[in-house]
Design a protein around this ligand. Structure first.
Ligand code: SF4
Ligand code: SF4
Length: 147
């Protein structure tokens, strides 16, 4: 019996210009491209710029079409994995961040006792940035909530 195909999943960061406010472009990911989305965080600035962290799941080719559609509408889109980094030299493997990381992007390898980091599953919540005593974690999201 063949194995079910695992859905492609990506966590992305969207930036909307002011004139996009109120337009249903994110809903169109489902309507036009049969993608599922989960809004992890959303913010509108006083200047009506919008920022959103979105988890998108569905067939990989549909994901790429959806990304191309968002870009064609003027939305800036970046994988969250490209916006978070750990300074490996600064990290002292204390494990504090693993207690707060709800996505388990930061976890302790029980064999080596070292803290592993998987940016692909990171939601960009910024909790590790706040708690890290040596500032080894960096999240670069423009809405400023991560600093
Ligand atoms: S809290 Fe900072 S120093 Fe400690 S394991 Fe996490 S990234 Fe490394
Ligand atoms: S920002 Fe840090 S705490 Fe939040 S999901 Fe990503 S790695 Fe985990």
């Amino acid at each position: 019996m063949s194995q079910p195909v695992k859905a492609f999943r990506k966590i992305v960061y969207l930036s909307f210009p002011p004139d996009m406010s109120g337009q249903p472009v994110v809903c169109n990911l489902t309507r036009k491209f049969d993608l599922c989305f989960n809004i992890l965080k959303a913010q509108i600035t006083p200047r009506q710029e919008g920022f959103m962290t979105l988890e998108i799941t569905g067939p990989k080719e549909n994901y790429q079409q959806g990304v191309d559609y968002l870009k064609s509408q003027g939305v800036s889109i970046t994988p969250v994995a490209q916006k978070i980094a750990r300074d490996e030299e600064s990290c002292m493997q204390c494990g504090l961040c693993t207690a707060l990381c709800t996505t388990r992007s930061l976890s302790i390898d029980l064999a080596t006792r070292r803290v592993q980091f998987d940016p692909e599953t990171c939601s960009g919540c910024g909790m590790c940035v706040r708690i890290c005593p040596v500032h080894a974690m960096d999240v670069d999201l423009e809405n400023g909530t991560m600093s």
